[in-house]
Design a protein around this ligand. Structure first.
Ligand SMILES: Nc1ncnc2c1ncn2[C@@H]1O[C@H](COP(=O)(O)OP(=O)(O)OP(=O)(O)O)[C@@H](O)[C@H]1O
Length: 463
């Protein structure tokens, strides 16, 4: 419907995405013919449809509402608008107080703090209109989910798996070093270029809080760490029982949990996706998920439910530590994956190349060596990163303010949302979902609120 509308020198050619917070379009620069993705983010404090204050009426189809508004906006200017660009550095430098007054810049501000890393999608311009902010980014044809599941792109190539994974480790380590925690690491939020380089995107759930209260539930359910799923009474009791039996590493519920460790867990699930084309469980909850309960009792159960080698199982056990304080660091994870000789018990990934440091360097440096220093951050800096160290009993920099007091934010594995229910988030709004073919809905505003959980995914574990 917005095809052939033009913003400055960018001609919109088609819509390529719709999420909780905006619409994404493919666009071509009419001068250079370069391709871009342009994300339109609505400029209201409540998000796409005004938040819960409107009783959910406008929230029925937020993407459609924005699309219609944009249609009329462009039409009133004969389909060509000329918009001022906002200085990127000034957005990145916005303080929390300023972002509270301009919440539509929040995701962008965090993204801009880390987009210098070659494995993070680059933002080129931010254009302001009265209706929406338009974010002009690099465009990539496919995401990691499509490459893994639909194209089986990684199924037979261990070096390709390692390249993608090591680049992700490097990107995430860079984000954490900049004090940005993604909180929604999943294949749908990783884009892929024709040379198999990966690019992290969608900082819509990112936060600068190094620790979050254990009651904050944020992320996409398949990829959420157990401490992110939310500690409820029943889980705490089950954990305690397991701990009493000496059967698990389960720790008693902590008041806050390290945010970075949640991202590391999600990477562990992505490693399973890349090597096994499966997810281990729909949700890392002892109470709600029988498979995860088995895993909590015996981590070696991974070898029974997935075709993983002993080597990979050991790595996964180090990543998927139930206690976030015991989880492996990103540096160690990258190093162990680089030197892993076997991912699976049989098939093409049963024997994979052990990577020499030079090859790792090439993989993470990118073809053109752009921003080599930041790319290599995770490999060349041996000094510990304060954001990554979580000694027991450390004074908690507890901060759930990024989540607007809302304790639960869960996105769909598909990355798309159809807006059947909404709640405020990041002083914008959430959510969603249910009717998508493999969506997961899970909204929990506090411990007493009923949980709504459904799934029907291509990712469903097959044992
Ligand atoms: N740079 C890009 N190149 C190509 N496609 C993109 C790009 N950025 C986003 N997309 C597409 O648009 C979709 C939605 O983008 P994004 O995830 O940033 O929006 P969102 O509103 O935060 O979505 P969600 O609520 O589902 O997380 C993505 O799943 C992806 O398919």
């Amino acid at each position: 419907m917005l095809n052939n509308c033009q913003i400055n020198n960018f001609k919109i050619t088609r819509q390529i995405g719709a999420g909780a917070y905006g619409l994404v379009f493919h666009a071509t620069d009419v001068i250079t013919e370069n391709e871009y993705a342009i994300k339109a983010v609505v400029k209201t404090a409540g998000g796409l449809a005004g938040g819960v204050a409107d009783g959910g009426a406008a929230a029925a189809a937020p993407a459609a509402v924005l699309r219609t508004q944009l249609y009329h906006y462009f039409k009133s200017f004969q389909n060509a608008v000329f918009l001022p660009a906002v200085d990127l550095a000034s957005i990145a430098a916005l303080t929390d107080e300023q972002l509270a007054r301009a919440p539509h810049f929040r995701e962008l501000a965090l993204h801009l703090r880390v987009h210098a890393h070659p494995a993070v999608v680059t933002v080129h311009q931010v254009l302001e209109s009265p209706l929406a902010t338009f974010v002009v980014m690099d465009h990539f044809e496919r995401d990691l989910f499509t490459a893994i599941v639909d194209h089986r792109h990684f199924a037979g190539d261990g070096r390709r798996v390692k390249k993608a994974f090591l680049q992700l480790c490097s990107a995430l380590r860079y984000c954490h070093a900049q004090g940005v925690y993604h909180c929604d690491i999943k294949p749908e939020n990783v884009l892929l270029d024709a040379r198999d380089n990966v690019y992290l995107c969608d900082f819509g759930l990112a936060t600068r809080a190094p620790r979050l209260p254990a009651s904050v539930c944020v992320g996409s359910s398949y990829y959420m760490a157990p401490e992110r799923v939310g500690v409820r009474q029943a889980d705490a009791a089950a954990s305690a029982a397991l701990a009493d039996a000496g059967a698990a590493d389960a720790a008693p519920a902590a008041p806050t949990v390290p945010t970075a460790a949640g991202d590391v867990w999600s990477l562990g699930v992505i490693l399973i996706n890349l090597t096994c084309i499966r997810n281990p469980w729909p949700k890392a909850s002892i109470q709600d998920d029988a498979t995860f309960q088995y895993y909590a009792r015996d981590p070696l159960v991974l070898k029974r439910i997935l075709p993983v080698s002993n080597d990979l199982c050991a790595i996964l056990n180090a990543v998927l530590q139930i206690d976030p304080l015991k989880r492996i660091s990103l540096e160690e994870l990258a190093s162990r994956v680089a030197s892993c000789a076997s991912f699976t018990t049989s098939g093409p990934l049963a024997h994979v190349d052990v990577l020499e440091p030079r090859v790792v360097h090439d993989f993470v440096a990118g073809d053109d060596g752009v921003a080599l220093r930041s790319m290599l951050y995770g490999y060349l800096h041996s000094d510990s990163d304060p954001e990554q160290d979580y000694p027991n009993g450390q004074a908690a920099a507890d901060d759930s303010s990024d989540f607007g007091g809302v304790s639960s934010v869960v996105t769909t594995p598909t990355g798309s949302v159809d807006g059947s229910e909404q709640r405020p988030l990041h002083k914008r709004q959430l959510h969603e979902l249910q009717s998508q073919p493999f969506s997961v809905a899970y909204l929990q505003l506090n411990e007493s609120t009923a949980t709504n959980y459904s799934t029907g995914s291509r990712w469903l574990p097959q044992y």
